[in-house]
Ligand binder design. Sequence first.
Ligand SMILES: *[C@@H]1O[C@H](CO)[C@@H](O)[C@H](O)[C@H]1NC(C)=O
Ligand SMILES: *[C@@H]1O[C@H](CO)[C@@H](O)[C@H](O)[C@H]1NC(C)=O
Ligand SMILES: *[C@@H]1O[C@H](CO)[C@@H](O)[C@H](O)[C@H]1NC(C)=O
Ligand SMILES: *[C@@H]1O[C@H](CO)[C@@H](O)[C@H](O)[C@H]1NC(C)=O
Ligand SMILES: *[C@@H]1O[C@H](CO)[C@@H](O)[C@H](O)[C@H]1NC(C)=O
Ligand SMILES: *[C@@H]1O[C@H](CO)[C@@H](O)[C@H](O)[C@H]1NC(C)=O
Ligand SMILES: *[C@@H]1O[C@H](CO)[C@@H](O)[C@H](O)[C@H]1NC(C)=O
Length: 520
Amino acid sequence: MLLWAALLILDGWLAGSRGKLAGSSMSVLMLTFGLSVPVSGQFALPKPVISLHPPWTTVFLGETVNLTCKGFHSYKPEKTKWYHANYRGEKEEREISGNTLKVHEPGKFRCQVRGSPPSDPVHLYFSEGLLILQAPHSVFEGDTLFLRCQKQGKKKLSAVKYIWNGNTLYKSNKSLDLSIPRASLNNSGHYRCIGFTDKNHVLESNTKIIKIQELFPRPKLNATAFQPMEGSSVNLTCETHLHPERLDTPLHFTFFRDKGVILSGWNNSSELQIPIIWKEDSGLYGCGIETVTHSVRKHSLLLEISVQRIPVSQVSMETQPPGGQAVEGETLVLVCSVAEGTGYTTFSWHRENMKESLGRKTERSQRAELEIPAIRESHAGGYYCTADNSYGPVHSEVVTITVREIPSNRSNLMGLGAAGGLFSILLLLFFCWSWRKSGNNFQEEETRSPPNPASGESPWSICPAQVQLQPLYVNVQYQEGELVYSEIQTIWLRGEEEARASRTSLEQKRTSIVYSEVKI
Ligand SMILES: *[C@@H]1O[C@H](CO)[C@@H](O)[C@H](O)[C@H]1NC(C)=O
Ligand SMILES: *[C@@H]1O[C@H](CO)[C@@H](O)[C@H](O)[C@H]1NC(C)=O
Ligand SMILES: *[C@@H]1O[C@H](CO)[C@@H](O)[C@H](O)[C@H]1NC(C)=O
Ligand SMILES: *[C@@H]1O[C@H](CO)[C@@H](O)[C@H](O)[C@H]1NC(C)=O
Ligand SMILES: *[C@@H]1O[C@H](CO)[C@@H](O)[C@H](O)[C@H]1NC(C)=O
Ligand SMILES: *[C@@H]1O[C@H](CO)[C@@H](O)[C@H](O)[C@H]1NC(C)=O
Ligand SMILES: *[C@@H]1O[C@H](CO)[C@@H](O)[C@H](O)[C@H]1NC(C)=O
């Protein structure tokens, strides 16, 4: 204790200062020459922060500065430990109850709360000069930088001039203080002030080096993938870290592409999810971070995201109803699908040996349908489809479409009549044939006009009319007198509409009996 007191007196005497390290009454003061402050990193808690009241690091000799040690999230510790090093290199360490230390002497101060690493140091100056430039201990970008040009004594200055890095920054005879709103790192430098008194006395202050601190470094954009497959999801994050002293600063984030496309406006989420990314989404991506008060805003560098497209492959065509078996008059759907392939795909449907496509669709899909609302017999044939997602069309295999005639009451009747009915018709036909053959009402002309069944010319008005004689085999070379004709005759069943007569030949196949008549 004696040694401690002696050293304190010596300290005060050497410093030429009347100030003493005057903590709370319960203080346990230790002089710890050569004791190094524990290195940070081995502690669980973040560093505490010292705040100053008044906020200036330079005061006049004889004034008091209260240093307050604040734990994480401004938690107020019950006990604090203080480290002080004076400008002769002497160090001391003491623990106090509470967290405020009243200081009257210069030096470097750090504090520590239970279990935390020591704080960053605060340098305090107690000036004997007539004019001082006062600046806060720590200034972050975005903060307003307050500077005070302060004269000792009661008489005030009439005008001031602030010098920054050797240049006049500000001159005034009204406000003696200087405030620089939204300070940036650029505002760091050497500051001093010149004061003018009424009697035209010029006073010069000390020079203060002010370093504006970075609130958070330039953000970095990160993505879960920079060459994602088209159709996959990509998550973007905007990464930075706040200065430990300002961990509770609220931030907003934005994400954009190619400098113009805003993907997400200012928002409190540092992550952006792109559930499905398309090739069209390729580009340069960036993000921005700003404080909620807009005091600081920073943008990341742009990073390229290049979305990879999977070319189409294994194109296939299926039909509904399946197997290419269409029913006349009903809907046929041609479904074109690809096993692989992403993004916009152009599907197109073709009929074999036909130049023009039947239909075309561009969709962000692996399948597309073409509907033929009422298929006709003439539609029968080979069909295929192609798919193209910008690498050139890929063909499917050819599917043969057959068109079955619509099942109707005619066939039902025939079904009902069964073999017996069919036999009767054949019998009837045979009768008609033999009746004609016998010369009755048989017109031996090359083209016979159909007789009117109602004319009563024939007693067998039920016998079918002769419609036309056509060469049966078009390709057959025939000589005169050896003409081969096919006579197409239609048995119109009762109740059959006239319109049926205009049906395509395929329909007639079922209801007509075709036989050949060879004339010699
Ligand atoms: C410093 O703290 C003491 C009490 O701890 C208080 O009386 C005094 O007003 C404080 N000074 C300043 C400048 O805050
Ligand atoms: C303040 O300075 C301006 C010129 O810069 C001068 O016109 C004015 O008279 C001055 N006022 C006082 C009170 O000195
Ligand atoms: C700092 O100064 C540089 C050069 O004068 C300028 O390009 C930059 O925009 C300034 N930064 C800020 C934050 O004002
Ligand atoms: C970027 O994100 C990926 C995946 O989310 C992660 O593995 C990687 O460490 C991150 N890179 C950086 C620099 O943060
Ligand atoms: C993106 O984030 C969502 C939600 O956290 C997650 O479900 C998804 O798997 C992530 N995507 C990637 C590619 O990491
Ligand atoms: C942040 O963005 C998401 C997605 O854009 C949105 O759902 C959410 O409401 C936004 N939150 C705020 C606070 O703006
Ligand atoms: C974002 O903002 C919303 C609404 O303002 C809030 O509920 C949410 O807690 C915020 N999230 C973060 C991470 O700040």
